[in-house]
Design a binder for this molecule. Structure first.
Ligand code: RP5
Length: 160
């Protein structure tokens, strides 16, 4: 297996089911990734240590999915200069708590906030591919194929 380019961090095992939609698309784009379960509040030191080391390990993009107060993407962004894509997951308050936590990052520490749930999980993979395609003609080709498949209904653009 090649060295991962993408870190997919989830706040709990309970987030994995929805985030599988993200992993499936990363596989489709042949983007090497690793998945880590890290809670920013239950495992604060492990989370910050992991975030700090990502760049030196060759990771290029971070995807962080979390529910509830959903501070995980923001904590990752606090500890790295890599782009962080946040996926708000529904665990309470219909996911509005997660959405607001991720989208409303204070000035200076951005997180690219996706849609809630499955649509956001998928879009996180597509946005990651678009970032990586800037320096990878292979991924650019796969993105073009993906858009053709989308147009033909092979990947129905589900919103949930
Ligand atoms: C967050 O709290 C996780 O991202 C998850 O979405 C939510 C619930 O976590 P568990 O109580 O299922 O571990 O930290």
């Amino acid at each position: 297996m090649s060295k991962p380019w993408v870190s997919v961090v989830i706040g709990s095992e309970s987030d994995r089911e929805v985030m599988k939609n993200c992993l499936a698309l990363l596989d489709e784009f042949a983007i090497p990734y690793e998945v880590k379960v890290l809670s920013a509040h239950r495992m604060p030191e492990a989370t910050s240590n992991y975030a700090r080391e990502l760049k030196s390990r060759g990771i290029k993009v971070v995807i962080a999915g979390a529910g509830g107060a959903a501070h995980l993407p923001g904590v990752m962004a606090a500890h790295t200069t890599l782009p962080v894509i946040g996926v708000p997951l529904t665990s309470s308050l219909q996911g509005l708590d997660s959405l607001y936590s991720i989208v409303q990052m204070p000035s200076g520490v951005p997180v690219a906030c996706m849609a809630l749930g499955v649509a956001g999980a998928k879009n996180a993979a597509v946005l990651t591919a678009q970032i990586l395609a800037l320096s990878s003609p292979e991924i650019e080709e796969k993105l073009k194929d993906y858009k053709v498949k989308l147009a033909h209904g092979s990947f129905p653009p589900s919103s949930h």
